[in-house]
Design a protein around this ligand. Structure first.
Ligand SMILES: [Mn+2]
Length: 362
């Protein structure tokens, strides 16, 4: 099947991720879809993120001007287990009940909160298991959410496999995600990096794109100068306007140890690029700035051990059959392809693109 594959032909509707013919056995890059969003606080939809990215991925050209030909290594997505779909629905319902009780000033719904926490723990264990297996097979593990609670198991697996060596977490997001058990939930999307900080002592966090945060989160950043470097959006503005963003990106990645996990909440981007995501915030990184950060990461000689893209959501009124034309999915699929390509380049598992150079650019 792989021998007959034509990278220039359009993908069939039931083709795999990026229209590729690989199964998860022969793919070097394996995407773990996690359509789970029990704790989303503003609006739901990220559970359809993997389906939106898969459908839109068929439109992505396989040669990429930034990262070359990542498809040659083989990219495939695992199937979504049925239990996970059911677990998301149950946990989401319990979370809504618990949040409404809080808003109404009722006594805390201890049982509902416990149900949501148990669901989160089960997702973490499953993601950890999948990613650990992929790491043992020397493959590149990629998690696609779902909300930002879902990659905890992936980060935990990467940290564990490195033993005593530090794991950098390059976190692109509008939010710090450093809240303590947001809305009472242990594994909230808004607490992922607090859980990483508290639970994974060999990690070092570098945050960029951040523009929506609370005082308590600032206190966490201040309390851990050796563990967290946060680049707030307001501090990047001047470099953007003055054209100094490339040099700044080089300095941002200097904070990271050699091994890096890349965690990308799509709302770190300008919301024009992700209008249907759960908690959009004005401002944000342009697509070019993100690519500049990825280029700086690869250029610095660091190695990407795993990555995630979370919080991609299609518009709520879109039917499943229409997902292929969805803008949020289009941006998500292209962003994911470039993240995968950058990760492969960082590992010496890909070739930079061999673009013809026009006159004047030497
Ligand atoms: Mn986030």
């Amino acid at each position: 099947m792989a021998l007959l594959f034509d990278p220039n032909a359009p993908a069939g509707a039931d083709a795999g991720l990026y229209g590729l013919p690989h199964g998860v056995e022969d793919a070097h890059v394996v995407v773990v879809p996690v359509p789970f969003e029990a704790t989303v606080s503003y609006r739901a939809g990220t559970a359809r993120g993997p389906a939106a990215i898969l459908a839109a991925s068929h439109q992505v050209d396989l040669f990429d001007g930034d990262v070359g030909r990542p498809y040659q290594r083989g990219i495939a997505m695992l199937p979504v287990p049925d239990w996970l779909v059911g677990l998301n629905e149950e946990a989401r319902a319990a979370a809504v009940t618990a949040i409404e009780a809080q808003i109404e000033g009722e006594a805390p719904h201890v049982d509902d909160v416990a149900r949501v926490d148990a669901a989160g723990a089960r997702v973490n264990a499953w993601v950890d298991e999948q990613v650990t297996k992929l790491l043992h097979e020397k493959k590149l593990p990629v998690v696609v959410g779902g909300d930002h609670s879902v990659p905890f198991g992936a980060i935990a697996a990467c940290a564990r496999e490195l033993g005593a060596k530090p794991l950098g977490v390059l976190h692109l997001d509008a939010h710090c995600d450093l809240r303590e058990a947001y809305e009472g939930f242990r594994w909230s999307h808004a607490s992922i990096m607090k859980n990483v900080l508290d639970g994974l002592p060999t990690t070092k966090l570098v945050q960029i794109g951040i523009r929506d945060f609370g005082d308590a989160e600032l206190d966490v950043v201040r309390a851990h100068p050796e563990r967290i470097a946060t680049y707030f959006d307001v501090q990047l503005r001047r470099a953007r306007l003055d054209g100094g963003f490339g040099a700044l990106a080089d300095r941002v990645v200097e904070n990271l140890p050699h091994d890096v996990y890349l965690s990308f909440d799509v709302d770190g981007l300008d919301p024009a690029l992700c209008p249907s995501t759960g908690t959009p915030v004005p401002g944000g990184l342009s697509f070019d700035e993100v690519l500049t950060v990825l280029q700086a990461l690869v250029g610095s000689g660091r190695r990407v051990v795993g990555l995630d893209l979370v919080e991609v959501a299609p518009p709520p009124d879109l039917d499943d059959e229409e997902l292929g034309g969805c803008w949020d999915g289009n941006v998500g699929a292209r962003l994911l392809y470039k993240m995968i390509g950058a990760a492969l380049l960082s590992r010496g598992e890909g070739q930079p693109p061999d673009l013809p150079i026009p006159p004047g650019l030497r």
